[in-house]
Ligand binder design. Structure first.
Ligand SMILES: Cc1cc2nc3c(=O)[nH]c(=O)nc-3n(C[C@H](O)[C@H](O)[C@H](O)COP(=O)(O)O)c2cc1C
Length: 321
């Protein structure tokens, strides 16, 4: 498919947003099971780390073929390192490379990576060019509206396209506004009128139906936080009404994570997901402490079954009243 990958995908393109610490392979696989048509992106990985062979970082780039198409997201600031990291990702079999130009974390910004590249457009465009010319994979860029406003978004978008970007994802917030501010998609619709490559919107999209409502003239949308604890956001009919019908997918999540990372690490990492899965489930509150401490796959399954049993009991006692 090469550089035309994004153009050739059916529209609208729906993506799971990269979220460091959350969207690892097991979670990506779960989201793909809910909707096989979505495109998934790895958590961001340092280009320097990949090039220096950091084993832990490289393990973040492991993926299961069932996740395809899966895009590797890298961050950094050195064009030669980006190109080398890209070649590594190409060998791993990824379907594309995404360049992170939006991360606001203090450490990342201090190193002049992530959103800091929006204050150094020359460097940003050199990075895109270095990656685009070093691979046959499609190259995308994920960024925000801008640093403190969207005044240079069009300049950035046109420059990125000229440097070889094949798709742009724009998070409809600037660096300086908190997540509590609503995302603004107007500048993204305007950007799409000014470039010929596909443009994806991101920020505050609640589910598939919400994304379709906000799509406007864009080529697709990306959902992040709303998918946490609720991968059914990618199903047009929404999450199953009964917790019992969610449990098989939750159990598979636990199994996939265990298969990839081993039981000890998996149990540590699954706890936050389990707490999110039971959020708002009446009757689950008494199991929250146990879920936050689980140490084995068998224990997780037992607690999930107990919650289902408890909910069924509550239902049948209600019908007796
Ligand atoms: C915990 C967390 C980790 C994130 N990690 C990344 C990342 O690794 N790469 C990236 O481009 N964006 C990252 N983001 C930003 C998301 O991809 C997305 O742009 C943002 O959450 C807005 O979308 P949403 O409102 O649908 O969540 C992260 C966001 C969160 C909340």
């Amino acid at each position: 498919m090469g550089k035309n990958f994004w153009n050739n995908l059916p529209k609208p393109i729906v993506l799971l947003a990269p979220m460091d610490g959350y969207t690892d392979g097991a979670f990506r696989q779960i989201c793909k099971e809910v909707n096989p048509a979505i495109v998934v992106v790895t958590e961001f990985v340092s280009a320097d780390g990949i090039t220096h062979g950091a084993t832990k970082l490289r393990s973040k780039l492991a993926f299961d073929p069932a996740e395809q198409p899966v895009i590797a997201q890298i961050f950094g600031k050195d064009p030669a390192t980006f190109a080398a990291a890209t070649r590594y990702c190409e060998k791993q079999g990824f379907s594309g490379i995404d360049l992170n130009m939006g991360c606001p974390s203090k450490k990342v910004v201090k190193s002049e990576h992530g959103i800091a590249l929006r204050r150094n457009l020359d460097r940003a465009f050199k990075l895109i060019e270095a990656v685009a010319t070093s691979t046959n994979l499609p190259v995308s860029v994920k960024t925000r509206l801008g640093w403190s406003d969207a005044s240079d978004l069009l300049e950035f978008g046109r420059g990125a396209q000229n440097a070889g970007a094949n798709l742009l994802t724009i998070h409809g917030r600037t660096y300086t506004v908190p997540y509590s501010c609503p995302a603004d998609f107007e500048p993204i619709y305007e950007l799409k009128r000014q470039v010929s490559i596909p443009v994806i919107a991101n920020g505050g999209i609640g589910d598939l139906a919400d994304g379709l409502r906000k799509l406007g003239n864009l080529d697709g949308f990306m959902i992040g936080r709303a998918a946490f604890g609720n991968p059914w956001v990618f199903d047009l009919s929404g999450a199953p009404g009964r917790f019992a019908d969610k449990v098989p997918l939750i159990k598979r999540h636990v199994e996939y994570l265990t298969k990839r990372k081993g039981e000890r690490v998996a149990m540590f990492e699954i706890r936050k997901h389990l707490l999110a899965y039971v959020r708002g489930i009446p009757g689950a509150s008494s199991y929250r402490i146990a879920l936050a401490r689980v140490e084995s796959v068998a224990a997780v399954k037992k607690i999930l079954d107990k919650i289902v049993g408890q909910l069924e009991l509550d239902e049948s006692s209600k019908s007796l009243v």
